[in-house]
Structures are given as structure tokens and as C-alpha cells.
Write a protein that binds this ligand. Sequence first.
Ligand SMILES: [Fe+2]
Length: 178
Amino acid sequence: MEREQAFALLTAEQPEPHMVQHALASEAVMQRLAEHFGEDALLWGITGLLHDIDFPHTRETPEQHGVQAEAMLAGKLAPELVYAIKAHNSEYTGAEPKTRLDYALRAAETVTGLIAAAALMRPTGMEGMEVKSIKKKMKDKAFAASVSRERIRECEQAGVPLDTFLALSIEAMQGQQA
Ligand SMILES: [Fe+2]
């Protein structure tokens, strides 16, 4: 699948604008992580881009989130990419994360929420954002409380230390806005 095809698949489901933003941010972080690991940046990016493709249809049925995506993407995307998408909602789908890709997606799509929320609090947005300020936000449980810190820390299971992961994620999202 080409990147533009993936984007067309996503928008065909009519996601809300904030979900398109979330998809693009997840794509950017996944691409950056793939480069870091020497993995396929196109495929990792597409996995980030499409991970919430079924969200417009599963808002009221969280147990279907990831399951419907699997049905929508089967045959279009390599099975290991579809599995990673299902495993990003393992708490409901029961598809446990196993591979580097699985953990990377869980951490990446989650950290985008924290970084985007932090950028909103800063006059310069993403510009000049530092790892240490994001780490501080991670410790502040009241800040963006719905963002799971535990999932962000799963980057370690993907094989990248938290500080490096945050630096790569900030960099990716900065590049996305430029
Ligand atoms: Fe997501």
C-alpha cells in the first residue's frame, strides 16, 4: 500500500479533524522510530496513520476498536501491521503486544496526546520543546490525565529508552508541523 492510498482509506471513514491530526502525529512518530530502528519507515508510518481507522464506528463500542480495523484492513495491509493495530487496544481485543512494532505503536500513539497537550500550553507550541518538560508532564498526573503514562513507558519494551523515545517523538512532531 502506498502512503496516499492509506490516507485515502483513513479519510473515507470521515474521522473528525482532531482524529486526523492524531493519525498524522502517530504516523510521524512511527516513521521516526522506524528510522531509529532501521525498520521500514513507510510501513511503520502507515501503521500509525491507520491505527484508529475504525474509531468513527467504535466510539460507543470500545471492545470493537481494533477488531473492526482488523476486518477493514485485512488483505490490504501485511498481517503483522494489522496485528499491531489490533494490539494497540489489547485491553479490549485480547491481542497482546509481542513485537517491537506492537509496543512501538502503543507508545507512539499515546505519546502524541501528551506532546500535543503540552504544546497547547506553550506560547511557541512545539518549538523549543524539551524532553525534560515532557518528563515533568508525565509526572504531573493531573495533566492530560487520560494519557496513559504506562503505555508511553512501553517504548522500553520496543527497545528504546524513555528519554530517547521522547526526543524522537518531539522531533517527529516538530517536523510534522514545519
Ligand atoms: Fe490512537
